[in-house]
Design a binder for this molecule. Structure first.
Ligand SMILES: [Zn+2]
Length: 218
Protein backbone atom coordinates (compact mmCIF):
# COMPACT_ATOMS: atom_id res chain seq x y z
CA UNK A 1 0.00 0.00 0.00
CA UNK A 2 1.43 3.38 -0.99
CA UNK A 3 2.08 6.10 1.56
CA UNK A 4 -0.56 8.29 -0.05
CA UNK A 5 -3.19 5.56 0.33
CA UNK A 6 -2.29 5.13 4.01
CA UNK A 7 -2.64 8.89 4.57
CA UNK A 8 -6.03 8.80 2.85
CA UNK A 9 -7.17 6.02 5.22
CA UNK A 10 -5.79 7.90 8.23
CA UNK A 11 -7.64 11.05 7.15
CA UNK A 12 -10.80 8.96 6.99
CA UNK A 13 -10.14 7.64 10.48
CA UNK A 14 -9.68 11.22 11.71
CA UNK A 15 -13.12 12.16 10.35
CA UNK A 16 -14.61 9.01 11.91
CA UNK A 17 -13.00 9.75 15.26
CA UNK A 18 -14.19 13.36 15.24
CA UNK A 19 -17.71 12.23 14.46
CA UNK A 20 -17.99 9.36 16.92
CA UNK A 21 -15.51 9.84 19.72
CA UNK A 22 -16.05 13.56 20.11
CA UNK A 23 -19.76 13.62 19.25
CA UNK A 24 -20.81 10.34 20.86
CA UNK A 25 -18.60 9.76 23.87
CA UNK A 26 -21.42 8.07 25.79
CA UNK A 27 -21.87 5.54 22.96
CA UNK A 28 -18.18 4.73 22.92
CA UNK A 29 -17.96 4.42 26.66
CA UNK A 30 -20.80 1.92 26.54
CA UNK A 31 -19.25 0.02 23.61
CA UNK A 32 -15.87 -0.18 25.32
CA UNK A 33 -17.42 -2.59 27.83
CA UNK A 34 -18.94 -4.95 25.23
CA UNK A 35 -21.10 -5.28 22.13
CA UNK A 36 -24.80 -6.12 21.90
CA UNK A 37 -25.66 -6.07 18.18
CA UNK A 38 -29.13 -7.34 17.33
CA UNK A 39 -28.31 -8.29 13.75
CA UNK A 40 -25.79 -10.55 12.06
CA UNK A 41 -25.25 -9.55 8.43
CA UNK A 42 -23.58 -11.90 5.97
CA UNK A 43 -22.51 -9.80 3.01
CA UNK A 44 -20.20 -10.00 0.01
CA UNK A 45 -16.60 -8.76 0.21
CA UNK A 46 -17.38 -6.59 -2.82
CA UNK A 47 -16.23 -3.00 -2.15
CA UNK A 48 -19.60 -1.62 -3.28
CA UNK A 49 -21.77 -3.39 -0.74
CA UNK A 50 -20.49 -2.49 2.72
CA UNK A 51 -23.47 -3.28 4.99
CA UNK A 52 -22.65 -0.59 7.55
CA UNK A 53 -22.46 2.07 4.83
CA UNK A 54 -25.60 0.81 3.08
CA UNK A 55 -27.65 0.88 6.27
CA UNK A 56 -26.04 3.95 7.86
CA UNK A 57 -25.37 1.79 10.92
CA UNK A 58 -23.53 3.02 13.99
CA UNK A 59 -20.65 1.18 15.65
CA UNK A 60 -22.06 -1.67 17.72
CA UNK A 61 -25.22 -2.17 15.60
CA UNK A 62 -24.18 -4.88 13.14
CA UNK A 63 -22.13 -8.04 13.58
CA UNK A 64 -20.78 -8.61 10.08
CA UNK A 65 -19.34 -11.52 8.14
CA UNK A 66 -18.11 -10.78 4.63
CA UNK A 67 -16.92 -13.31 2.09
CA UNK A 68 -16.95 -13.92 -1.65
CA UNK A 69 -20.62 -13.92 -2.77
CA UNK A 70 -22.09 -13.74 0.77
CA UNK A 71 -22.33 -17.49 1.11
CA UNK A 72 -23.12 -19.67 4.13
CA UNK A 73 -21.71 -23.20 3.89
CA UNK A 74 -23.72 -26.09 5.30
CA UNK A 75 -22.87 -27.15 8.85
CA UNK A 76 -19.85 -29.44 8.54
CA UNK A 77 -17.91 -29.63 11.79
CA UNK A 78 -15.80 -32.58 10.69
CA UNK A 79 -13.42 -31.06 8.18
CA UNK A 80 -11.21 -28.00 7.89
CA UNK A 81 -11.43 -24.67 9.64
CA UNK A 82 -14.56 -22.58 9.29
CA UNK A 83 -14.39 -18.81 9.67
CA UNK A 84 -17.96 -18.21 8.53
CA UNK A 85 -19.42 -20.95 10.72
CA UNK A 86 -17.43 -19.73 13.75
CA UNK A 87 -18.77 -16.19 13.30
CA UNK A 88 -22.35 -17.47 12.96
CA UNK A 89 -21.89 -19.61 16.07
CA UNK A 90 -20.58 -16.67 18.08
CA UNK A 91 -23.31 -14.29 16.87
CA UNK A 92 -26.17 -16.71 17.51
CA UNK A 93 -25.00 -18.48 20.67
CA UNK A 94 -23.02 -15.82 22.51
CA UNK A 95 -24.32 -12.47 21.24
CA UNK A 96 -27.83 -13.89 20.80
CA UNK A 97 -28.60 -11.77 17.74
CA UNK A 98 -32.29 -11.56 16.86
CA UNK A 99 -31.92 -11.51 13.08
CA UNK A 100 -29.57 -12.99 10.51
CA UNK A 101 -29.56 -11.11 7.21
CA UNK A 102 -28.05 -12.58 4.06
CA UNK A 103 -27.29 -9.52 1.93
CA UNK A 104 -26.81 -10.42 -1.72
CA UNK A 105 -26.26 -8.01 -4.56
CA UNK A 106 -26.46 -7.34 -8.30
CA UNK A 107 -23.26 -7.73 -10.35
CA UNK A 108 -21.70 -10.20 -7.91
CA UNK A 109 -18.32 -11.24 -9.32
CA UNK A 110 -18.34 -14.55 -7.43
CA UNK A 111 -21.72 -15.55 -8.85
CA UNK A 112 -20.69 -14.40 -12.33
CA UNK A 113 -17.58 -16.61 -12.12
CA UNK A 114 -19.71 -19.55 -10.98
CA UNK A 115 -22.22 -19.06 -13.80
CA UNK A 116 -19.53 -18.68 -16.46
CA UNK A 117 -17.47 -21.59 -15.13
CA UNK A 118 -14.41 -19.37 -14.65
CA UNK A 119 -14.42 -20.13 -10.91
CA UNK A 120 -13.28 -23.70 -11.38
CA UNK A 121 -10.15 -24.81 -9.61
CA UNK A 122 -7.12 -23.85 -11.65
CA UNK A 123 -3.55 -22.70 -11.27
CA UNK A 124 -4.85 -19.17 -11.29
CA UNK A 125 -7.51 -19.67 -8.59
CA UNK A 126 -6.69 -22.12 -5.82
CA UNK A 127 -9.56 -21.26 -3.51
CA UNK A 128 -12.42 -19.50 -5.29
CA UNK A 129 -13.66 -22.54 -7.20
CA UNK A 130 -13.94 -24.68 -4.10
CA UNK A 131 -15.60 -21.86 -2.18
CA UNK A 132 -18.15 -21.11 -4.92
CA UNK A 133 -19.18 -24.79 -4.98
CA UNK A 134 -21.35 -23.86 -1.99
CA UNK A 135 -23.61 -22.10 -4.53
CA UNK A 136 -23.56 -24.93 -7.08
CA UNK A 137 -27.06 -26.19 -6.08
CA UNK A 138 -28.38 -22.64 -6.61
CA UNK A 139 -26.78 -22.53 -10.06
CA UNK A 140 -28.30 -25.86 -11.04
CA UNK A 141 -31.75 -24.77 -9.88
CA UNK A 142 -31.46 -21.54 -11.90
CA UNK A 143 -30.32 -23.36 -15.05
CA UNK A 144 -33.23 -25.80 -14.75
CA UNK A 145 -35.85 -23.11 -14.14
CA UNK A 146 -34.70 -20.39 -16.51
CA UNK A 147 -33.62 -22.17 -19.67
CA UNK A 148 -33.06 -19.88 -22.63
CA UNK A 149 -32.64 -16.65 -20.66
CA UNK A 150 -29.56 -14.53 -21.33
CA UNK A 151 -26.42 -14.66 -19.21
CA UNK A 152 -27.13 -11.42 -17.30
CA UNK A 153 -30.59 -12.65 -16.32
CA UNK A 154 -29.19 -16.01 -15.23
CA UNK A 155 -26.58 -14.29 -13.06
CA UNK A 156 -29.27 -12.19 -11.41
CA UNK A 157 -31.45 -15.25 -10.76
CA UNK A 158 -28.44 -17.01 -9.23
CA UNK A 159 -27.54 -14.01 -7.07
CA UNK A 160 -31.04 -14.29 -5.60
CA UNK A 161 -31.25 -18.09 -5.51
CA UNK A 162 -27.94 -18.31 -3.66
CA UNK A 163 -29.42 -16.14 -0.90
CA UNK A 164 -32.22 -18.69 -0.51
CA UNK A 165 -29.65 -21.51 -0.49
CA UNK A 166 -27.59 -19.78 2.20
CA UNK A 167 -30.70 -19.43 4.34
CA UNK A 168 -31.37 -23.15 3.90
CA UNK A 169 -27.74 -23.84 4.87
CA UNK A 170 -28.13 -21.67 7.98
CA UNK A 171 -30.87 -24.05 9.12
CA UNK A 172 -28.42 -26.96 9.02
CA UNK A 173 -26.66 -25.51 12.09
CA UNK A 174 -28.30 -27.06 15.19
CA UNK A 175 -27.85 -23.88 17.26
CA UNK A 176 -29.58 -21.82 14.54
CA UNK A 177 -32.57 -24.19 14.50
CA UNK A 178 -32.65 -24.10 18.28
CA UNK A 179 -32.59 -20.28 18.34
CA UNK A 180 -35.43 -20.15 15.79
CA UNK A 181 -37.56 -22.48 17.90
CA UNK A 182 -36.72 -21.17 21.35
CA UNK A 183 -36.40 -17.41 20.89
CA UNK A 184 -37.72 -16.61 17.41
CA UNK A 185 -34.43 -15.92 15.60
CA UNK A 186 -35.35 -14.52 12.17
CA UNK A 187 -33.55 -15.41 8.94
CA UNK A 188 -33.92 -12.69 6.31
CA UNK A 189 -32.82 -12.54 2.67
CA UNK A 190 -32.14 -9.09 1.18
CA UNK A 191 -30.96 -8.32 -2.34
CA UNK A 192 -29.33 -4.98 -3.21
CA UNK A 193 -29.63 -3.92 -6.83
CA UNK A 194 -26.68 -1.56 -7.04
CA UNK A 195 -27.57 -0.55 -10.59
CA UNK A 196 -30.99 0.79 -9.61
CA UNK A 197 -30.30 1.60 -5.95
CA UNK A 198 -33.14 -0.64 -4.79
CA UNK A 199 -33.54 -3.29 -2.09
CA UNK A 200 -35.59 -6.49 -2.41
CA UNK A 201 -36.75 -8.85 0.33
CA UNK A 202 -36.95 -12.59 -0.11
CA UNK A 203 -40.31 -14.28 0.51
CA UNK A 204 -40.18 -16.64 3.50
CA UNK A 205 -40.37 -19.68 1.19
CA UNK A 206 -37.37 -18.40 -0.79
CA UNK A 207 -39.13 -18.47 -4.15
CA UNK A 208 -39.39 -14.77 -4.91
CA UNK A 209 -38.05 -11.31 -4.12
CA UNK A 210 -40.19 -8.19 -3.86
CA UNK A 211 -39.10 -4.53 -3.79
CA UNK A 212 -38.88 -2.98 -0.32
CA UNK A 213 -40.67 0.34 0.11
CA UNK A 214 -37.75 2.36 1.46
CA UNK A 215 -40.03 5.29 2.39
CA UNK A 216 -41.57 3.17 5.17
CA UNK A 217 -40.36 4.22 8.64
CA UNK A 218 -39.10 1.81 11.28
ZN1 LIG B 1 -20.54 -10.21 -4.57
Amino acid sequence: MGRREILRLVAGFRRFRDRYFVGEEALYQRLSTGQTPKTLVIACSDSRVDPALLTDASPGELFVVRNVANLVPPCDPGRGVHGVSAAIEFAVKSLKVEHVVILGHRQCGGIRALMSDTAKESDEHLFIGKWMKIAQPAKERVLARHQGEDFEALCQHCEMQSIASSIENLKTFPFVRQAIEERGLELIGIYFDLEKGELFEMASDGTSFTPIDITARA
